[in-house]
Design a protein around this ligand. Structure first.
Ligand SMILES: NC(=O)c1ccc[n+]([C@@H]2O[C@H](COP(=O)([O-])OP(=O)(O)OC[C@H]3O[C@@H](n4cnc5c(N)ncnc54)[C@H](O)[C@@H]3O)[C@@H](O)[C@H]2O)c1
Ligand SMILES: O=C(O)C(=O)C[C@]1(C(=O)O)C=C[C@@H](O)C=C1
Length: 312
């Protein structure tokens, strides 16, 4: 393998994820050319202005021309349409990948839309509540996991190049099958978003009763929920529809556990509550010790984008 895993990458979808990949490749893989494409003309113009790619393609049909890697960074419900649109320019040798938050349905959509092409899906577990081209930054993937889900018949050499690509952008890479990915992410990412969307909606309904107190006193826990609940509606609608079975299974478990805590409160059983909270505090501490806390106040700052940033 040369010092750059891919000569030219086409990024389809130039929002938070696509924009961050564009910045990161230019900063950390200077030997790779970045071509950008987005279905939205306004986004394409903004991406050109922000320098998210070396060049913005003139049409979907030509976007993949000459690229040995094409990464779909569109909402998971738009993967099929995006893949069909760029198919005319896509070489049979190119590797097709994506960054979608769910993997089984995306893998199936890409394989069906692009028969005879190499498809190896991936999911960088890194993001923010922001979206759009100006939300991207070069260090988004640094020290974050990227989960690669190669299908059983994937070419191991192509998988290795995709792993090298993500490692060059600063990610730690893990490989697993798509179904397992979807179960794990249902509990670690999808369910927390559903809970945040619910609690913020509930509080807002109650606001009519409490006359603005919800907003006024939202300094702590509630404010953290509002950050998550500000995440992109299109993206999350698609995530829940595409990972339906795993999310419903985890929601069932969650509901049972919530009922246990509800019972303990009603019965005045402090031991159950104390033991539970002690266990969850240890989990949070474990996450921080593993270096998984991301010092969020830095998120989205423009000085994350310069080529002056060094990899590693
Ligand atoms: N936001 C996060 O925290 C996060 C983290 C990891 C993975 N993801 C995944 O990354 C993907 C992109 O998310 P994002 O946050 O960058 O969204 P975003 O809204 O910031 O950007 C998505 C872009 O895709 C474009 N698009 C939509 N349909 C298209 C099509 N058919 N062809 C070309 N372009 C099209 C939109 O115009 C938009 O510019 C999603 O699949 C999401 O699940 C998101
Ligand atoms: O930190 C956040 O704002 C995120 O929601 C990022 C987050 C997550 O749940 O961890 C959201 C969705 C992605 O698919 C990956 C990462």
């Amino acid at each position: 393998m040369s010092d750059t895993p891919f000569r030219q990458v086409t990024i389809v979808g130039l929002g938070l994820l696509g924009g961050s990949i564009g910045h990161a490749v230019q900063a950390f893989l200077p030997g790779t050319t970045v071509v950008g494409w987005d279905a939205d003309a306004g986004v394409r113009a903004q991406a050109a202005e922000l320098g998210l790619a070396h060049r913005i393609a003139e049409s979907a049909e030509t976007a993949a021309q000459g690229s040995d890697l094409v990464i779909f960074c569109v909402p998971v419900g738009a993967m099929d349409a995006a893949a069909r649109a760029i198919a005319p320019g896509l070489s049979k040798d190119a590797l097709v990948s994506d960054v979608g938050s769910s993997k089984e349905t995306v893998a199936a959509a890409l394989a069906e839309a692009l028969p005879g092409h190499h498809v190896i899906p991936a999911h960088p577990v890194a993001g923010t509540e922001r979206s759009g081209p100006d939300a991207g930054f070069a260090t988004l993937f640094r020290n974050r996991w990227c989960i690669v889900t190669p299908p059983a018949d994937a070419d191991p050499a192509l998988s290795a190049r995709l792993v090298a690509f993500w490692e060059a952008l600063g990610a730690r890479v893990e490989t697993m099958d798509a179904a397992h990915h979807d179960k794990v992410l249902a509990v670690t990412s999808h369910l927390p978003h559903l809970i945040a969307y619910t609690i913020v909606g509930t509080a807002s309904d109650l606001e009519q009763v409490t006359q603005s107190e919800v907003i006024k006193y939202s300094a702590g826990g509630f404010r953290d929920f509002t950050r998550i609940a500000a995440s992109d509606p299109t993206m999350w609608r698609d995530v829940f529809l595409s990972n339906k079975d795993a999310v419903l299974e985890m929601l069932q478990r969650f509901t049972e556990d919530l009922t246990e805590l509800q019972k303990a409160i009603r019965k005045g059983d402090g031991d159950v509550l104390f033991d539970h909270f002690t266990r969850t505090r240890a989990i949070r501490r474990g996450i921080i010790e593993m270096g998984q806390d991301d010092a969020r106040p830095d998120f989205g700052r423009s000085d994350h984008n310069g080529a002056k940033e060094s990899a590693g």
